[in-house]
Design a protein around this ligand. Sequence first.
Ligand SMILES: [Zn+2]
Length: 422
Amino acid sequence: MVSTADMDLTELRRDLHAHPEVGWTEFRTTALLAEELDERGFDLHLGSDAVAPGERLGVPDDDTLTAAEERARDEGAPEEYLEEMDGITGVVAEKTYGDGSGPTVGIRVDIDALKRQEATDDDHRPAREGFVSTHDGEMHACGHDGHATIGLGLARELDESSGFDGTLKLFFQPAEEGGRGGLPMSRTEHLTDVDHLLAVHLGLGRETGTVIASYERPLANAKLDVTFEGEPAHAGGEPNAGRNALQAAATAIQNLYGIPRHADGVTRINVGEVYSPNAQNVISERATMRVEVRGRTAELNEYMLDRARSIIDGAATAHQVDVETSLYGKTTTFEADDDLVETVVDAASGADGVDEVVGRVDFGASEDASYLIREVQENGGTATYVGIGASNPAGHHTARFDIDEDSLPIGVDVLARTVRSL
Ligand SMILES: [Zn+2]
């Protein structure tokens, strides 16, 4: 059995880095976090109590989930918590400090890895120093190993000397990549009483020592998985007997990029993958396609999603094939609250190792913490998304991504100071 109790922040981050788990398979990560939080007296919400199961997006098939859970068991995940999770990853943990008269503060950190191969040569520090991914084709290439570490680090820090008389709720969110875990976590009852929510991200091109009090206005995003089903035929012998799935995909692609720009603001469209393996003389019977749309607002994203769906359906009709479209992931947008941004600026300015604090910065990319943030705001609370510089030697999602581990105690300190000052 593995236990995180004796690991310092760097050791913990390296252990998680060596055992990356992609979205909805974070069994080992969740169980280890749950174990230490339990020992620290937190109330735990696991499994269908951590995320609304019916709202989960982009869930891998049962075989993949079972294999991932088995691997977690083999790699020392404590059985008790695996059982409580009942096949669903992620954990919400809460604890009241002092007399409990203060606010309820939520901290959201994501815990999933990416589907990609990590570099294994000596120029890459995790390889050189022995904590490179041991899972083929999976890698912590976005710093979520560090986010999970900061979340647990904050629990340790407040246990040491709380200086806080309220309730801390830690949201360890699964499946951020692809925008799959935020929505189901936001559809639990755990956010309704949160007065202030802080989401946190390491890196994002900033040097260690820089803190961004608010990344905001991410683009709303939706991802679609599309399958066209036609009828195969010999392309020379009897092409008229076929119904060409690949042709439908091609028609869709051409027209997707032609969705009109919108007067209300920025939109995006991209087709990232088309797959239909056939010999040259076969009319394709099946083609799959992965598409994403984005918009400056949730409404613009809906506009793109709606247009994309009708083009995909129209392409299927035009070529007399069937089509099935499923939502893989979805995020929305948000703006941070002034009061909370100011609180973070003040708190970060006094934190050890921080030499630059920036107020508000536009996000550019998309983020599914947006659903948690909006849920809190709609219930009258305030929220912001904090960036902690981590001097990344290579870009996010690349094979040589890494974080400067000095950013970990900075992240803990910034959050602890913010919590104490609320
Ligand atoms: Zn990320």
